[in-house]
Design a protein around this ligand. Structure first.
Ligand SMILES: C[S@@+](CC[C@H](N)C(=O)[O-])C[C@H]1O[C@@H](n2cnc3c(N)ncnc32)[C@H](O)[C@@H]1O
Length: 549
């Protein structure tokens, strides 16, 4: 594990843990911290997604910044482990589709909410395991005849890192992660599908129903998306694409020309597969990831009890654990992984990185070794099978296309084989790199162990015959003068005087280039009727470039 830790990750760890604290963290936890940190460092550069920092950053920051915090980090973790669902996500699932709002139970669910607590009480009767929704307590200082107004109920957002409701944004983490729609004009054909964020999500056929939305990349818990777009409607809709907001208004995404990709999100059949929650914010409906979502997974939200019923989903069993999944579960005795069969468990335990004896998977004294590559095997049959395919063996018996067996040059220190003596000599350097001097380029930072590589480098990039450096402020290096000239035309038009290659200028626009082929291609972009040709008076030659005539 440690071998994969990058200096950047080490630096972050050092920012959050003292050496003594870090030494106290178990190997298992360290692996988990590195895994989440690695994902965070990769994902934070994704276009359109702001990934929240891993738990330990938030919690440790909170520990350092606010030692009198009312809830200890351990406590927070316990809540998420035991419960698995945020308070908000349990109550927002009640935003039912309009077409299922006729029954008594649904009428209850569709009541506009004044206070979230009231709503969870109503739900508790039907599903006692769901805890009531918690909102931050108001800490309003007593003032004469004036009390600041409590924020409107739908200004609350839930922060998955802090596991707290916040007004508008999280005060610890700042703005919460948001995945923006791909911008497409309203009233465009197939607009809903086109708004799907490129490279992150995709709309494609689903095993559950029709089309669904799938992740193309790993998505962390807590990413918000939306708002759910569609037409505002006052009357009941039977389209199957309408959400009812708290004030009773409907937002109906039946029309693909003025809705967005969220209309394609299917309904989760149980809480295990649910990975999105719907929530209302500032009069609009949004979705938020309530779990980490792997690449290839379908995004699934719960439509609410009444609509789920119409799809054949039993709301009473929605939160029951999926027993079929855990029936044949064989836990590894070294780590948290569960395997589906005894055999898989045995095979995994041998290789498990937390198994202290994992390297000794067989009796080393009885091991047999491949004569070509030195790989060890427990059984002779396995060795024989391997030797037939060993790539170093294949190299040894290489035959030239003329039919003659080719001579092999073998390294005495490793299994390296080559057909050329000079390659073997060059390869020998790799075994004596330590203490060996590197050849350095005097004009740039390039270094190499091989003298010929340095000569090649200088002749390609720093040859004095023609200057291929751009001016000092830019410092770009080009392999040919023509490439440098093209670069100057495009990036530094003020230096056009220094361009020695022939410049081809378009008469219809400002386009200039030194490449003939590019110029011809460019001219095709102007419509043919308007394109101005120049014809040679002596022959059939035609050109767009007056200077060529
Ligand atoms: C918002 S749309 C979802 C996108 C839909 N799959 C499509 O291709 O347009 C809701 C409709 O999808 C279908 N649907 C969604 N989830 C379902 C589920 N779990 N089981 C059966 N049908 C479902 C229902 O017909 C529902 O009216």
């Amino acid at each position: 594990m440690n071998s994969e830790v990058t200096p950047e990750e080490e630096k972050v760890i050092a920012d959050f843990y003292t050496e003594e604290e870090w030494n106290k963290v178990s190997e298992f936890e360290k692996a988990d911290i590195y895994a989440t940190l690695k994902r965070y460092l990769i994902f934070k550069d994704y276009k359109g997604v702001n990934i929240p920092p891993p738990d330990f950053m938030i919690k440790r920051k909170r520990l350092n910044n606010n030692s009198t915090s009312k809830q200890s980090p351990d406590k927070t973790e316990d809540v998420s482990l035991n419960d698995g669902k945020s308070t908000e996500e349990k109550s927002v699932q009640q935003y039912d589709y309009q077409n299922a709002s006729s029954s008594k139970e649904n009428d209850d669910h569709n009541q506009p909410q004044q206070k979230p607590q009231k709503k969870s009480n109503g739900k508790g009767e039907e599903h006692p395991e769901v805890p009531p929704k918690k909102y931050p307590k108001r800490s309003v200082p007593a003032k004469n005849y004036h009390e600041p107004e409590e924020p409107k109920d739908d200004r609350y957002v839930y922060c998955d890192n802090c596991e707290e409701d916040c007004v508008d944004y999280c005060k610890t983490c700042g703005k919460l992660s948001f995945l923006k729609d791909y911008p497409v004009r309203m009233n465009t054909a197939d607009r809903a599908r086109k708004t799907c964020p490129k490279g992150v999500l995709i709309v494609r056929p689903s095993n559950i129903h029709g089309l669904g939305v799938f992740a193309l990349k790993w998505l962390p818990k807590g990413v918000q998306m939306g708002p759910y777009e569609g037409q505002a409607a006052k009357q009941e809709s039977k389209s199957g694409y309408a959400w009812k907001l708290r004030d009773g208004k409907l937002i109906d995404a039946a029309n693909e020309r003025n809705s967005n990709y969220l209309r394609y999100v299917n309904c989760a059949r149980n809480s295990d597969e649910q990975n999105l929650v719907a929530f209302q914010y500032d009069g609009k409906l949004f979705y938020r990831t309530c779990k980490n979502i792997g690449a290839g997974e379908e995004l699934l939200v719960y439509y609410g009890h009444s609509f789920a019923k119409t799809l054949g989903i039993d709301p009473k069993r929605f939160y029951e654990p999926n027993t079929s999944k855990v029936k044949n579960y064989y836990p590894c005795k070294h780590c948290h992984i569960g395997l589906s069969t005894e055999q898989f468990k045995a095979a995994h335990q041998l290789r498990c990185k937390y198994n202290p004896n994992r390297m000794i998977t067989f009796d080393v004294n009885k091991a047999v070794t491949c004569q070509y590559c030195c790989r060890c095997f427990e059984k002779v049959e396995d060795l024989e099978e391997h030797e037939k395919r060993c790539r170093y063996h294949r190299k040894k018996t290489a035959v030239h296309s003329c039919g003659e067996e080719m001579k092999q040059f073998r390294c005495s220190e490793c299994p390296y084989v080559t057909k050329y003596a000079k390659d073997l000599k060059r390869h020998g350097i790799t075994h004596s790199k330590e203490g060996r001097e590197r050849f350095r380029c005097s004009q740039c930072t390039f270094t190499t162990y091989y003298k010929d590589s340095l000569i090649k480098h200088i002749s390609r990039l720093h040859s004095s015959s023609s200057s291929k450096f751009c001016y000092e402020g830019c410092k770009r290096i080009f392999l040919s003068k023509n490439m440098l000239d093209s670069h100057i035309l495009k990036m530094h038009p003020s230096l056009i005087g220094s361009v020695s290659s022939k410049i081809r200028a378009c008469l219809e626009c400002k386009y200039k280039t030194t490449h003939k082929a590019n110029f011809t291609r460019h001219m095709l972009t102007h419509s043919k009727e308007n394109a101005q040709y120049f014809q040679c008076s002596a022959c059939q030659y035609k050109t767009y470039d007056k200077s060529l005539i």
